[in-house]
Design a protein around this ligand. Structure first.
Ligand SMILES: NC(=O)C1=CN([C@@H]2O[C@H](COP(=O)(O)OP(=O)(O)OC[C@H]3O[C@@H](n4cnc5c(N)ncnc54)[C@H](O)[C@@H]3O)[C@@H](O)[C@H]2O)C=CC1
Ligand SMILES: [Mg+2]
Ligand SMILES: [Zn+2]
Length: 278
């Protein structure tokens, strides 16, 4: 359990504190960092969509200002959550706070109106939920279960490239769980769809909350059972078997994709096991 960052439901009517400012997967940053005095922010008259009390960082209460548009603030710039992960990813507590804030902010901005009757939703006191006063519908923060799997064949691992990846980087296969499906069924289906390969006995390894934009990654290991690689045209730019002795550039160390690969290498090569990223 982290000590520097602790998520909590704080009352936005409480005074003082610090705040993060978020809009569309970007945070406001200035020379002092990402946390701004809340009273100072209030005086800027920002285009506020929602304010949420999100927790404690180093014991201090932290709020989130979710904005309608990325407004200009003198002396400050907007930085994407991805850029911030690259810059501060080693600071796990900071990144966990930012990931949580981004997900709460995105959810709050996308649940301002009731999807059922169109009325304006209200923040429910004492609970992280949006509530429709007209039809009583309740919306909690959105999470999308997704599987991620390392497929192996003895000293080889199956890695693929999405057109969105940084040049040269290959990663494990991932995909969203569909309604009515078990995660194990999703693993088999996604591997078949994305690379045309059959697997056997997918085994659950570990999980990770992933704020791009609101996935809960369920990490698996599976063994190759048959077929030749045929990449799915729209999603997979290239997919190959790589020898564990000759791997391409891999995803960021904070990702469970990297953890699954490193874990397999450690077991195969008798190295110490990696630490699960938080
Ligand atoms: N932490 C990690 O190590 C990694 C995390 N991921 C994450 O895994 C998730 C799924 O991976 P993808 O290969 O992109 O998924 P995918 O293979 O299911 O395909 C993505 C497509 O699914 C559809 N989609 C989008 N949101 C959806 C939702 N909530 N439910 C169902 N379908 C949806 C869209 O058409 C999207 O283009 C993403 O959030 C991605 O960021 C992916 C790789 C590594
Ligand atoms: Mg995928
Ligand atoms: Zn309603």
């Amino acid at each position: 359990m982290s000590l520097r960052w602790q998520a909590a439901l704080l009352d936005p009517l409480a005074p003082a504190g610090s705040a993060l400012v978020h809009c569309r997967q970007q945070f406001l940053v200035d020379a002092n960092g990402l946390l701004f005095p809340r009273d100072w922010l209030r005086r800027l008259d920002l285009p506020l969509l929602s304010e949420q009390g999100i927790g404690y960082f180093e014991g201090e209460p932290v709020y989130l200002f979710e904005l309608d548009v990325p407004a200009e603030v003198p002396g400050a710039q907007w930085q994407s959550l991805r850029q911030l992960m690259m810059l501060h990813g080693e600071d796990r507590d900071l990144f966990r706070m930012l990931g949580f804030a981004a997900q709460i902010g995105t959810w709050a901005s996308q649940h301002r109106f009731c999807g059922s009757c169109g009325s304006r939703m209200e923040q429910r006191p004492g609970e992280r939920a949006m509530h429709c006063p007209a039809c009583e519908v309740q919306h909690y923060p959105r999470l999308s279960p997704s599987m991620i799997v390392l497929v192996t064949r003895e000293d080889e691992v199956l890695l693929a490239r999405s057109p969105r990846f940084a040049p040269g980087v290959y990663s494990t296969l991932a995909g969203y769980v569909e309604p009515g499906e078990s995660v194990e069924e999703c693993v088999v289906r996604e591997v078949r769809e994305e690379v045309g390969v059959e697997i056997h006995t997918p085994r659950y390894m570990a999980s990770q909350g992933w704020p791009f934009p609101h996935s809960l990654m369920l990490g698996f290991h599976a063994e190759y059972a048959g077929g030749v690689i045929v990449p799915q045209p729209e999603e997979i730019e290239d997919a190959r078997w790589f020898s564990i002795h000759d791997l391409p550039p891999l995803p960021a160390t904070q990702s469970i994709a990297r953890y699954l690969i490193e874990l397999y290498l450690s077991r195969r090569l008798g190295r110490p096991e990696p630490v699960l990223p938080g």
